[in-house]
Design a protein around this ligand. Structure first.
Ligand SMILES: [Fe+2]
Ligand SMILES: [Fe+2]
Length: 246
């Protein structure tokens, strides 16, 4: 499939009409409804949003094969972390509770005798718990550490001092992302292959669509963490150590 590349000269409304799944992404930049015919450039200038970062993020979500690592790495670390943090809130405050509510409805729709639906609820709860732990670790340990490294790096560049500084290693404190994807696939597989009637088919479809949306969103989120944020921080660590890898 060929995806059209969005540019900042386009109307944001036209971009959203081209892909409605971009709506939650746009909300993470505090852009909501009532945007009229303004272009991306105009909206970003009015709201003090980094235009290049914004348009690249929209393109990354729109086209799964597009990932401009080099361009994204040029963005301000604080901007990347702010965006990743807003994505975390979207998962924790909206997407996970929404899927959980629908799974609850699915189990209820099967009645007291349908035991085949219960593993769906327990597998999802297990996933949600692990995912929440992963997010907490990033918010409490990884992001503050990354910000501190970026700050030392900026201070050093401003002072033009080639002084060595003691830094840790982002690769040692970050968590793996691979396990998370597998659980979401298992969940969809469980629904498609193993649940038994009776249950509400429409609720089940809706759960699969939402899990799929979560999967796609998390995949892009993890790529931004691994290949943009952590890679950039790792380069800063090396420079702060005076060119040495750990
Ligand atoms: Fe994250
Ligand atoms: Fe992560």
């Amino acid at each position: 499939m060929m995806y059209k590349r969005f540019t900042a000269r386009m109307n944001l409304s036209a971009i959203l009409h081209a892909n409605y799944f971009l709506l939650p992404i746009v909300h993470r930049f505090d852009i909501h409804y009532g945007i009229g015919d303004a272009t991306v450039s105009e909206i970003c200038a009015n709201r003090g949003i980094d235009e290049e970062f914004f348009i690249e993020i929209l393109n990354v979500y729109n086209d799964p094969s597009y990932f401009p690592e080099a361009e994204l790495r040029k963005s301000d670390i604080r901007l990347i972390i702010d965006y990743l943090g807003k994505t975390h809130s979207y998962y924790i405050n909206y997407l996970l509770p929404n899927i959980s509510k629908q799974i609850h409805m699915l189990v209820l729709s099967g009645g007291a005798t349908n035991k085949s639906l219960r593993p769906v609820a327990s597998l999802f709860m297990e996933y949600a718990r692990e995912f929440q732990k992963h997010i907490e670790h990033e918010e409490e340990q990884v992001f503050p550490y990354a910000l501190a490294v970026a700050e030392s790096f900026l201070a050093r560049s401003a002072a033009r001092q080639p002084v060595k500084k003691r830094v840790g290693s982002i690769r040692k404190i970050e968590d793996e992302h691979t396990m998370m994807d597998e659980k979401l696939f298992d969940l969809k597989n469980l629904l498609i292959k193993y649940i038994e009637y009776p249950f509400d088919v429409h609720t089940c479809n809706s759960i699969i669509f939402e899990i799929n949306r979560l999967e796609q969103d998390v995949r892009d989120h993890a790529r931004i963490e691994d290949r943009v944020l952590f890679t950039r921080i790792e380069q800063m660590e090396i420079e702060l150590r005076g060119g040495k890898r750990k």
